[in-house]
Ligand binder design. Structure first.
Ligand code: A3P
Length: 320
């Protein structure tokens, strides 16, 4: 079986070698596959594997995002909501375990090179995360009755967050990308899992078409009205909060446990290691604010990003 898996992954690498390439952010190249740009050896093979072999279960729950849109936060919230009768807040796994181990990325971690974990052994309901664009989703996920949670974020903060993150995780022997170059590439759609705009629009349109399957969330809304949004999430996952839970403080406990300040300062997230990726857990916690782009982008850059958003989102009803 191992040899068979090795053979399959080698065949993916052979295909990847023929794909259009561009400069990478934290990998040598980005490769264009089915209209989007991906990092080879950090997720593209996983997407190919998922498209061919992934078998969904009706009880699965999926969390999908374009990178740096608030995935870590929503992972923590969903994990806490779904497991709230299982764990006590004083001994909660999120206090000592990286949220990325509690809720694995499918493309980036589970099926990155050889499948490192057998998804069949995970107990239901399985909670999975992925950055895969809507049009590339395996049919098995698209056609299932599972809920999809999509989290989006304004492109200016995404660009700043993405650039800072990629510069932290890139191998030392790879030359850094300047913010100016990163900006140009982002505008052209050449960013990991980009184009950012196509990613967001794909799920936005799908959420309008399938409102009972896809819940489209915004990082900014969640920051502004956390209580309202956590209730929407709990309802959509089929585990609405009871009146008692609202009154006895459980809902607030989840919000506090998953808050940026709380998570960032946990020992596991300050000094712990993300084994699968060989990075420190702290790379996932930076500012956690809305509008930090103002401290990094020039007015010109902001204007150009706004103009692209205006053009791309025109007529779709989506705005940031
Ligand atoms: P900044 O770089 O702007 O600070 P992702 O989880 O999709 O990789 O997105 C990372 C962004 O979410 C980072 O944004 C990070 O600081 C922020 N973030 C991480 N955990 C968070 C939390 N619990 N609440 C709010 N924001 C969080």
């Amino acid at each position: 079986e191992e040899e068979e898996i090795e053979r399959i992954y080698n065949s993916y690498r052979n295909i990847i070698a023929t794909l259009p390439r561009n400069r990478g952010w934290a990998t040598q190249h980005l490769c264009q596959y089915q209209g989007f740009w991906f990092q080879p050896l950090v997720g593209l093979e996983g997407i190919m594997w998922m498209q061919q072999h992934f078998i969904s279960r009706p009880t699965d729950v999926y969390l999908i995002s374009s990178p740096k849109s608030g995935t870590t936060w929503l992972k923590a919230l969903l994990f806490s909501i779904m497991n709230r009768t299982r764990y006590d807040f004083s001994t909660h796994p999120l206090l000592t375990t990286s949220v990325h181990e509690c809720v694995p990325f499918m493309d980036l971690d589970l099926f990155k090179t050889t499948p490192i974990a057998d998804p069949e052994v995970l107990s239901s309901p399985r909670l999975f995360a992925t950055h895969i664009p809507f049009t590339l989703l395996p049919d098995s996920i698209k056609n299932s009755s599972s809920p999809i949670f999509y989290i989006s974020r304004n492109p200016k903060d995404v660009l700043v967050s993405l650039w800072q993150f990629m510069m932290k995780v890139k191998p030392k022997d790879l030359p850094p990308l300047s913010l100016e170059d990163a900006f140009e590439m982002f505008c052209e759609g050449i960013s990991p899992c980009g184009s950012y705009w196509d990613h967001v629009l794909g799920y936005w349109k799908a959420s309008l078409e399938f409102p009972s399957k896809i819940l489209f969330l915004k990082y900014e809304d969640m920051k502004e009205e956390p209580l309202l949004n956590i209730k929407r999430v709990a309802e959509f996952v089929g585990r609405p909060f009871s009146l008692e839970e609202e009154e006895n403080g459980s809902v607030q406990e989840i919000l506090t446990l998953c808050s940026f300040e709380k998570m960032k300062n946990l020992e596991v997230n300050k000094n712990g290691f993300y084994r699968v990726r060989n990075t420190k857990n702290d790379v996932f916690f930076r500012e956690g604010k809305v509008g930090d782009w103002e401290n990094h982008l020039t007015n010109e850059m902001a204007k150009r990003l706004d103009e692209i958003s205006r053009q791309k989102f025109q007529g779709s009803g989506l705005m940031f």
